[in-house]
Design a protein around this ligand. Sequence first.
Ligand code: CO
Ligand code: CO
Length: 322
Amino acid sequence: MVGTSTADDAAAYRIDGQRALIQTVDFITPIVDDPYDFGRIAAANSISDVYAMGGRPLFALNIVCFPTKKLPLDVLGKILKGGCDKAREAGIEIIGGHSVDDEEPKYGLVVTGMARADRVLTNAGARPGDILVLTKPLGSGILTTALKKGLLANVTKNKIIDVMATLNRAAAEALDGLEVHALTDVTGFGLLGHLVEMLTGSRVAARIRTADVPVLEEVWPLARDGVYPGGAQRNLDRLDRSVHWPDATPEEIKIVLADPQTSGGLLIAIAPHELDRLMDRLSGAEVPAAAVIGEITSQQPHVVQVDNSSMKGLVDDATEDC
Ligand code: CO
Ligand code: CO
């Protein structure tokens, strides 16, 4: 049902009239020092692609690269424990896997899931008028870059680890039975990159209100000081013709909207008449954010129109804080 022709989160394969198998694989290099945290973040990220297709995970397999001659084996044990605990939180077991000796650790999961065949949610169904909702704040790429440079306070460090390790399960369950037209999760291409994939797949455009986009604490001053991952700039370069920026858009706004996220939130395009029900459910759920950030439009060409009009105060406030 879903293969490589669209930039979707996972493959979907119809197994009978009612059910589709959802299949994905994802593994990453360490983004935090603590092996247990790395394990649970990597697992949350891998499982997310099943949620992002409207599916529910069934079981998973480990994929591991590990430098057995450089690091003690108990580090590997902690990575796997983090993955195992996160999988259990998602209600599934890890029932196998494969490991390779490698210079740098890498970890993730092959995740098999299931969806109702008529509820497979892809990038490709967004319609003009749909409302865009985001379920995690942005900035984890910028903050993990700052973390590696020793620029972060411990409270901020714990906060971003928490956000990255949060499953998209509650956000996905909040969508049950609602008229969702398109769904994806925000990861390596940043909010704008994944939004553009959705717009391309759906042949529509979008308007994003920067002031309504949730952003983690401490992100603005860091972005302004040039502390961000190389991937943010690469994402921006790639997006050049797909995004219309207002004149004199501050560079940090562009960077934050293109910041690569490890284990980001769901980006939901929902029919406007369902928005209140969705926001109601999300407000009672354990989600790091529940923000209406813009809407789908029919504008040509199919680009993102960024609106910073009520943004200035926010950026200035951040400046005063630091
Ligand atoms: Co994804
Ligand atoms: Co992925």
